[in-house]
Design a protein around this ligand. Structure first.
Ligand SMILES: Cc1cc2nc3c(=O)[nH]c(=O)nc-3n(C[C@H](O)[C@H](O)[C@H](O)COP(=O)(O)OP(=O)(O)OC[C@H]3O[C@@H](n4cnc5c(N)ncnc54)[C@H](O)[C@@H]3O)c2cc1C
Length: 388
């Protein structure tokens, strides 16, 4: 292990401040996340107590300037944070990732002064945000959404349904995408800032999921919800552009989540291979196991470096569409590959809930699905690379 705690070698040199953030998050995760990770997964319990603790450490509004209650950190520090949380518990990783990069960041980036003042201090200080784009009939193709927002004087009336909304059970602030012009596809979409206590706004019970079970996903049902015009984020008709730019940044966070899972798989496998004995020696003495560990280390390193590179590009103000998709695709496949090998190295024990690798395998899978499936990432990368 190097000083930064991730066994990264020297390929990527974090600044002293970034290393301090890594140590702070690791200490937090050791104290407050590790002890409950298996239990909240089994019970599907949302770790509300840790949301406030994370906020107190400045980790829920990392990309927001201090004047609005955030910590004004850079995207690399943010990636390091999500990685370290996810190394202990991927549910914690996505809860923080959604709040930071899918909700607080766009409100600061596209919000008016009024919107920034109204929503950001809450989101940075223990309130929770959710990002409502997907619908039952519109996942990979969000421009096919059916939610509508019809103008009525100085307000809009929103009707529609969203599904799979992470943090939805506990969130009080929602970015909700709806069509202000239902005859258009991309150009007809507008982003709105909603509160969960608005009349006509309902949430379902959380889905019963394979993995990230402590990060609740709910459906939203909106029935004639009246939303004043000042709650439009950006401009009318700009919603799709905002949604895609937000996801470009969000993919850095999910890539970081995947790196954390990949690292956890490696850590647990090294430990197990050193202890488990068969044929009178540890299984770590077998070259077959050593080579699995080598492949896992290689995939984790390359995933981490690409995710940090994408984060650094974001910090430099570059267009990250291509590199964020590459980083997310590579890291999610590394997490899944490492999880499969970690279970294999653990043998029968890997198939038991007594060992964390079983949870890592269920958690790893989601990184290949949300914020754009692997097929969609390949489509984006090909488009950006081939200029089509
Ligand atoms: C646990 C969880 C949390 C989520 N959180 C959120 C959230 O907070 N907010 C939110 O808005 N959404 C959220 N989602 C939704 C998520 O982003 C979508 O599930 C995802 O984008 C895929 O959409 P879909 O499920 O409708 O699959 P579909 O789009 O129906 O895709 C099904 C299959 O077809 C493939 N496919 C589709 N189109 C193409 C194409 N053009 N080329 C090649 N293959 C294609 C896909 O890759 C996939 O393999 C979440 C989902 C889950 C499971």
């Amino acid at each position: 292990m190097t000083d930064d705690g991730a066994g990264t070698g020297t390929a990527w040199q974090l600044s002293e401040e970034q290393q301090l953030i890594r140590r702070t998050v690791r200490d937090f995760a050791d104290q407050h996340v590790d002890p409950i990770a298996a239990e909240i997964d089994e019970e599907e319990r949302f770790p509300q107590e840790n949301v406030k603790r994370l906020a107190d450490l400045g980790l829920m509004g990392m990309l927001v300037p201090e004047e609005y209650g955030g910590s004004g950190a850079d995207a690399v520090s943010y990636a390091v944070t999500i990685e370290e949380l996810s190394r202990s518990c991927a549910s914690h990783g996505v809860i923080a990732s959604v709040n930071n990069s899918l909700v607080a960041f766009p409100i600061h980036r596209w919000g008016t002064d009024r919107q920034r003042e109204e929503f950001l201090p809450n989101l940075c200080n223990g309130g929770l945000g959710a990002y409502a784009l997907s619908e039952p009939g519109a996942g990979s193709d969000p421009a096919g959404m059916k939610s509508t927002a019809e103008r009525d004087g100085d307000s809009y009336v929103i009707n529609g349904q969203k599904n799979w909304i992470t943090n939805g059970s506990h969130a009080d602030t929602f970015i909700y995408f709806a069509k202000t012009d239902p005859d258009e596809r991309h150009r007809g979409i507008t982003a709105f800032l909603l509160d969960d206590d608005m009349e006509g706004f309902e949430k379902s019970q959380p889905e019963d999921k394979m993995g990230i079970r402590a990060a609740h996903s709910v459906s939203l049902m909106l029935d004639d919800v009246e939303v004043p015009e000042w709650r439009i984020l950006g401009e009318e008709g700009q919603g799709f552009k905002i949604a895609m730019q937000v996801l470009n940044g969000g993919r850095v966070g999910i890539g970081a989540q995947a790196v954390g899972i990949a690292q956890a798989c490696l850590d647990d496998s090294v430990e197990y291979a050193d202890q488990r004995e068969q044929f009178g020696q540890t299984i770590g003495d077998f070259q077959a196991i050593q080579h699995k560990i080598a492949d896992m280390a290689m995939k984790t390193e390359s995933a981490r470096n690409l995710v940090y590179k994408a984060a650094a590009a974001k910090d430099a103000g570059e267009d990250v569409a291509r590199i964020a998709s590459i980083a997310k695709l590579n890291a999610s496949e590394a997490a899944m590959d490492n999880a499969v090998e970690a279970v294999q190295i653990h043998g029968g024990n890997g198939y038991s809930t007594d060992y964390d690798v079983e949870r890592y395998m269920r958690d790893a899978k989601i990184t290949e699905i949300y914020e754009g499936t692997s097929e969609i990432q390949r489509t984006v990368i090909a488009r950006e690379t081939m200029g089509r």
